[in-house]
Design a protein around this ligand. Structure first.
Ligand code: R5P
Length: 310
């Protein structure tokens, strides 16, 4: 087995390599003067089972292009099988046409990854599970839930927990976590009564006196999370914590989270956390490296990956 890392999240790739006790393959991914990407794999990969660790996080297009070029280089170097390990799959939110004459970019990106030479995909908490079907190659969608559950048990063991979905679209994900920790479930339903009027947050479920855990796949601007937290506190929640897999945290998101009433936001390192994230007083990062490492090991040994989650 060989592990190859792009530039999107080197610390995560190194942590996975440590878990697997396998060094990262010697490989340079650099830019020409005009910013074209150049890749050189500096060791033999002929006949190898190769795993490329690369999130297509910001700058999404550069990181995607690195992944595609890495696949091409490995294919041409006669790797036996190439698995694209994509802890954060960017473009996932563009998974359907929101209006006429709009693209389905998630499908386009999946096509490009397959066309570049990937034989398998390993990814984590896809925005929508059915994106797996956009790849016409085996695709495993892993869940950060086991890591979150063990953290929740450590940190909030004696709290009167209620799991909350911050929008109607996230109910299945939130229900999954609630089941694992045997907690009740509530839903924040955002509604705009009339065009031009601001959104009303209706909380479905009695959250008063509960320590609420907001669960989501992505925190980007932080708006969904912070607004949902406010609505829960208004309804009498004792405190609100966010457990969100992918810390996209663009624009003023970190400042928004820091200024919010959230007790804590817990994210994973599927996207490399910036210094600002690491220094934020109420943001904590859980490492997903052991889970990804174990899934890679099982894939290499042709063992079950789904059994990791039962
Ligand atoms: C949306 O469907 C996603 O699950 C997240 O709720 C959304 O991407 C969060 O975005 P933001 O942090 O910008 O509100």
């Amino acid at each position: 087995m060989k592990l190859v890392a792009g530039n999107s999240n080197r610390p995560l790739a190194e942590a996975i390599a440590n878990y697997l006790e396998t060094p990262l393959a010697r490989c340079v991914v650099r830019r020409f003067a005009d910013k074209e990407i150049f890749v050189e794999v500096q060791e033999n990969v002929r006949g190898e089972d190769v795993f490329i660790v690369q999130s297509t996080s910001a700058p999404a297009n550069d990181h995607l292009m690195e992944l595609l070029i890495l696949c091409d280089a490995l294919k041409r170097a006669s790797a036996r099988r190439i698995t694209a390990v994509i802890p954060y799959f960017g473009y996932a939110r563009q998974d359907r046409k929101p209006g006429p004459r709009t693209p389905i970019s998630a499908k386009l990106v999946a096509n490009m990854i397959v066309r570049a030479g990937a034989d398998r995909v390993l990814t984590l908490d896809l925005h929508a599970g059915q994106i797996q079907g956009f790849f016409d190659i085996p695709t495993d969608n892993l869940f950060a839930a086991p890591a979150m559950v063990s953290d929740i048990k450590d940190v909030m063991a004696n709290d009167n927990i209620m799991v909350v979905s911050p929008d109607v679209g996230g109910v299945v994900r939130a229900r999954g976590l609630a089941k694992r920790i045997d907690a009740p479930l509530a839903i924040v339903d955002k509604r705009r009564e009339r065009p031009g009027e601001s959104e009303v947050m209706n909380v479905i479920g009695d959250v008063s006196g509960h320590s609420c855990i907001l669960v989501d796949d992505i925190v980007d601007s932080g708006g969904t999370l912070v607004n949902a937290a406010e609505a829960l506190l208004k309804q009498g929640a004792k405190q609100v914590t966010g457990y969100i897999t992918h810390g996209v945290l663009s624009g003023g998101a970190i400042a928004r989270v820091m200024a919010s009433q959230l007790t804590e936001l817990v994210i994973t390192d599927s996207i490399q956390p910036s210094d600002a994230v690491l220094n934020a007083h109420n943001i904590r990062v859980l490492s997903i490296a052991p889970l990804l490492g174990e899934a890679i090991a099982r894939t290499a040994e042709e063992k079950s990956v789904s059994s990791l989650f039962y």
